[in-house]
Design a protein around this ligand. Structure first.
Ligand code: SF4
Length: 319
């Protein structure tokens, strides 16, 4: 169901090409147009290597697109440099899949949590203990974890610390890049519940990258489905199970395991592999795996077109 919200970030015609061997070009993102709304979660779903992380890296200024612009509160963040770029990092923060890789193993949790606050002059050194305790409480961890090192914690506890550190500067947008993928399913659930609670309390906008469409659907207000660097459908999380129409989205939804499913029917799957992003065909990127492929699909790329308010699809079946 479409709900009007304040747009705080808007990506327009974002394309990222990487030069490859033999004079070829890898197109990781192809003309991406997306909006993020205040206090809402945008889920970005697709197979590994489809370009989800490439796109989200632009939002935290870890890379810049080859073409296009990304407006955050009206300012193009792809053009920021120097101190302006540094200051903007306070607004958009990221939680990575593996917190161990993003923590210095020689630093105590207190210092890991307080590093961004000290870097931006938000606290004095004498206030570190109080700040660390406040952040640990926010992610429902005991205060004495401040004295621990990352290797003395479980994966779920480390991810809570990563969330606390990302939220230390009170960013308006939080990007979670497969942030629950390495966790057990039960721990995954508690992390998602915690993030949803913090989102409600702090009105944070979240970009949630995940290859698991069932998880994305359960947590996202909006879902953008990505295939081979292209957005093929944008729909509300509430509607995706019943109203999605793109053959790729439907195949993803059809492959979701459900304990109540009818096992006498074959489980839907997408036969064959996705083409290499180095070798994308003209026309629809999904043509080689689509059972509805028509002549026009092999020559003309379908544009992302609005079917109804809040629901867009890129498929010639619906043009
Ligand atoms: Fe299938 Fe054609 Fe639609 Fe692509 S545009 S998803 S090939 S029907």
């Amino acid at each position: 169901m479409f709900e009007e919200n304040e747009v705080i970030l808007e990506a327009s015609h974002v394309t990222r090409r990487f030069p490859a061997s033999g004079g070829r070009t890898l197109v990781a993102n192809n003309d991406i147009n997306l909006k993020m709304y205040k206090g809402k979660t945008l889920g970005l779903v697709g197979e590994s290597g489809c370009g989800k992380s490439t796109f989200m890296r632009f939002l935290v200024s870890l890379d810049v697109p080859t073409e296009g612009e990304i407006l955050y509160r009206g300012k193009d963040i792809t053009k920021l440099k120097g101190e302006e770029l540094r200051q903007n990092r306070q607004n958009i923060q990221m939680v990575f899949q593996d917190p161990s890789a993003s923590f210095n193993p020689k630093m105590k949790i207190r210092d890991i949590l307080c590093e961004p606050l000290l870097n931006f002059g938000r606290i004095k050194a004498s206030e570190k203990d109080a700040a660390a305790h406040r952040l640990l409480k926010m992610v429902e961890l005991p205060e004495d974890f401040a004295k621990r090192y990352p290797h003395n914690m479980s994966g779920g506890q480390r991810q809570r610390v990563a969330i606390a550190r990302a939220l230390a500067l009170e960013p308006e947008i939080l990007i979670m890049d497969e942030a629950t993928a390495a966790l057990d399913v039960s721990v995954q659930k508690t992390i998602i519940e915690l993030v949803a609670k913090l989102q409600r309390e702090k009105n944070i906008t979240i970009g949630f990258i995940c290859h698991d469409i069932a998880l994305v659907q359960s947590f996202s207000h909006w879902v953008a489905v990505m295939y081979l660097g292209n957005i093929v459908e944008v729909i509300s999380g509430e509607d995706i199970a019943v109203k999605s129409v793109h053959p790729y989205t439907k195949a993803l939804m059809g492959s979701v395991f459900d304990i109540h499913m009818d096992f006498s029917k074959p489980i839907e799957s997408i036969e064959s592999e996705a083409p290499s992003p180095l070798d994308t065909p003209p026309g629809c990127p999904f043509q080689s795996r689509c059972e509805h492929c028509m002549d026009i699909c092999c020559t003309e790329r379908p544009a992302l077109t609005e079917l109804e308010q809040g629901h867009s699809v890129a498929c010639h079946l619906f043009h």
